[in-house]
Design a protein around this ligand. Structure first.
Ligand code: GLN
Length: 492
C-alpha cells in the first residue's frame, strides 16, 4: 500500500501510524514526567516512599532530563539522516524509551539514572524524526501539509491527557513504580502499533540520505566512537565515579547548550556562504530561538514548581475525591485540543484581512501570555501566604494562559524553522528548534529549584523575575518585529 491512496481524515494513511505512535510516546513522556519531581522530593517515610531529595537537586535533575531529551534530538536527527533512515530511528527510539520506563518501574533507587538516560536517548531518536516523516508524507506543494501537522499536534496532547490520567493515578495512588511501569506499557503499545502499520508509511523516511557507501561507513565509524565515549561517560556518572552535584551539572549544561546554539547561528550567519536574504532569515530565526527558549523555561514549570505548588498549597479535593497532584497538568493538553482549532481559524481570519501578525509578533504574544500566567501565580502565592491551601482555579487560569501562549508560538515555530531555514540546512535547523526546548528545560529546572527551595516565600522573587524577563523579551520582539515586517508579508 502506498502512503497516499488511503485516507486518515483526508490525509495519507501513514499519518495514522505516526499519530498513534506519537500519542503513545507522549503518553509515556508526560505521564512519567508528571510523577518525576513528586517522586524525587517525596518523603522517604510515607507508604508510597519517595527519594526525599531537596527541591534544588530534584528540579535540577528534572531540568537536566528535559534538556537531554530535547538536546539528543540533534544527534538523533543526524543519525536518521545519514545512517539509519527516519523510520528505523523511530522504531529503535520507541523500543529504547519503553526499556527506560520499564527500568524505572523496578523499585530500586539506582534505576532512576539509567531509566531516565534510556528514555532521553530513545526520545532523541524518536521525537524529531517522527515529525520529519510527517513532513515527508506530503509532496512538496501539497496544501494539506500544515493541517497534517495540526492533526499531529493533537496526538501529542491526546497522549499527554492519557499519560497524566493513568500514570498519575497509578503512581500517586498505588505506587510510583506502577506509574512508571504504565508509561512503559503505553510505549510498548506504541511499538506494537508502529510495527504493525509501518508499511503505511511507504517510502517516507525509509532510507537515509544518498551517499557513497565508503562515506557512510566512515560516518558510521565516527558515530560509533562518539557513542562509545558517551556511553563510558554515562556509566562513570551513573556509578558515581564522576560525582557532580545535579545543580552544578545543570548550570554548566545550560551554558554548554547556549554556546552550541550561539556558535551554530554565528556560523550560519557569517561563514556558511549565505546570501543577504538568507542571512536576514537566520537573524529572524535567532530571534525566535531566544524567545522560544525563554518560553519553554516557563512552560516546563508544569512538571516542576507548579506541580509542587499543586501538591503543597492547592486544595485538590474535587467533589469529595482527593485528586492526584499530576492530574492538574492535564488541563494544558485539554485546553490545546479545545483552543487549537480556534487559534488556527483566528490566524486565517486575520490573514484574509491582511492583518496576520508577523512571526516575532506572534512569539511576543506567546511570551506575553507566559508572563501573565506567572503574574497570576504571583497573586496565587500571595493568597496562599495568607491561607493555604488555595482553590484549584489559580492553576487552571495559569495553565489556560500558558496554553494560549503555546498556541501562539509552538506550532508556528516549527513551520517557521522549516520555511525560513537556508535550504541546505533544513534538517539541522529542525534540531536547532528542539535545542531551544532543551535550553528552556534546563532553565526550568534551575528556576523551579530556586523558586521552591524556601517554600512559598522563595516563589515570589523568582516568579516576579520571570514575569519581567518574559515581558521584557516580548517588548524587544515587538520593537524588532518592525524590522522584519517586509519579510513576513512575503510569507502570507
Ligand atoms: N508540547 C509539545 C510536545 O510535547 C512541545 C514541547 C516542547 O517543544 N518543549 O511536543
Amino acid at each position: 500500500m502506498t502512503s497516499t491512496n488511503a485516507d486518515f481524515f483526508g490525509h495519507p494513511v501513514g499519518l495514522r501510524t505516526l499519530f498513534l505512535t506519537e500519542m503513545w510516546e507522549r503518553m509515556s513522556y508526560y505521564g512519567m514526567r508528571a510523577l518525576l519531581v513528586l517522586y524525587m522530593t517525596g518523603a522517604v517515610t510515607t507508604a508510597n516512599a519517595g527519594l526525599g531529595m531537596s527541591q534544588l537537586e530534584a528540579q535540577a535533575i528534572y531540568g537536566i532530563y528535559v534538556g537531554m531529551v530535547y538536546f539528543l534530538a540533534v544527534p538523533g536527527g543526524w543519525l536518521a539522516d545519514n545512517l539509519l533512515g527516519h523510520q528505523r530511528a523511530v522504531f529503535y527510539g520507541a523500543v529504547i524509551i519503553a526499556l527506560g520506563h520499564l527500568t524505572l518501574a523496578v523499585p530500586i533507587e539506582s534505576g532512576l539514572f539509567f531509566g531516565l538516560g534510556l528514555v532521553a536517548i530513545g526520545t532523541g531518536l524518536l521525537k524529531s524524526n517522527i515529525s520529519t516523516i510527517v513532513g515527508k508524507l506530503y509532496a512538496q506543494d501539497d496544501p494539506r501539509r500544515d493541517a497534517g501537522f495540526t492533526i499531529f499536534y493533537m496526538s501529542i496532547n491526546i497522549g499527554s491527557v492519557i499519560g497524566f490520567l493513568v500514570c498519575g493515578y497509578l503512581g500517586e495512588k498505588i505506587g510510583w513504580h506502577w506509574g512508571f511501569g504504565a508509561a512503559g506499557v503505553g510505549m510498548l503499545l506504541g511499538v506494537v502499533q508502529y510495527t504493525r502499520t509501518r508499511e503505511w508509511l511507504g517510502d517516507a523516511g525509509r532510507e537515509p540520505n544518498d551517499m557513497p557507501q565508503a562515506k557512510r561507513s566512515a560516518l558510521a565509524r565516527w558515530a560509533s566512537i562518539v557513542g562509545v565515549a558517551a556511553a563510558v561517560l554515562v556509566i562513570l556518572f551513573g556509578t558515581g565515579v564522576i560525582d557532580v552535584k545535579a545543580s552544578v551539572f545543570a548550570e554548566n549544561f545550560a551554558y554548554f547548550l547556549t554556546t552550541i546554539a550561539g556558535l551554530y547561528f554565528l556560523y550560519l550567519y557569517a561563514f556558511a556562504g549565505l546570501d543577504a536574504a538568507e542571512r536576514k532569515n537566520v537573524l529572524l530565526l535567532f530571534l525566535l530561538f531566544v524567545a522560544a527558549a525563554a518560553f519553554w523555561s516557563g512552560f516546563d514549570q508544569s512538571g516542576g514548581s507548579l506541580n509542587l505548588f499543586a501538591r503543597d498549597f492547592t486544595d485538590l479535593n474535587f467533589l469529595g475525591y482527593d485528586m492526584p497532584v499530576s492530574w492538574v497538568q492535564f488541563f494544558n493538553p485539554i485546553y490545546v485540543v479545545i483552543f487549537a482549532p480556534m487559534f488556527a481559524a483566528f490566524w486565517a481570519w486575520l490573514g484574509r484581512r491582511n492583518l496576520d501578525p508577523s512571526l516575532p509578533l506572534k512569539f511576543a504574544l506567546g511570551l506575553f501570555f507566559m508572563g501573565m500566567s506567572f503574574l497570576v501565580m504571583l497573586l496565587a502565592v500571595g493568597v496562599a501566604l495568607e491561607s493555604a491551601p488555595i482553590g484549584l482555579q489559580w492553576l487552571l487560569i495559569t495553565y489556560l494562559l500558558q496554553t494560549w501562549g503555546e498556541l501562539a508560538l509552538s506550532p508556528i515555530g516549527l513551520s517557521a524553522f522549516s520555511r525560513y531555514s537556508p535550504k541546505r540546512y533544513v534538517g539541522q535547523m529542525f534540531g536547532l528548534w528542539f535545542l531551544a526546548s532543551a535550553i528552556g528545560g534546563v532553565l526550568a529546572g534551575l528556576l523551579g529549584g530556586e523558586a521552591t527551595d524556601g517554600g512559598l516565600s522563595s516563589m515570589s522573587p523568582i516568579f516576579s523575575y520571570m514575569v519581567k524577563y518574559y515581558l521584557g523579551i516580548a517588548l524587544v520582539l515587538v520593537v524588532l518585529a518592525y524590522f522584519f515586517r517586509e519579510r513576513s508579508k512575503e510569507s502570507r
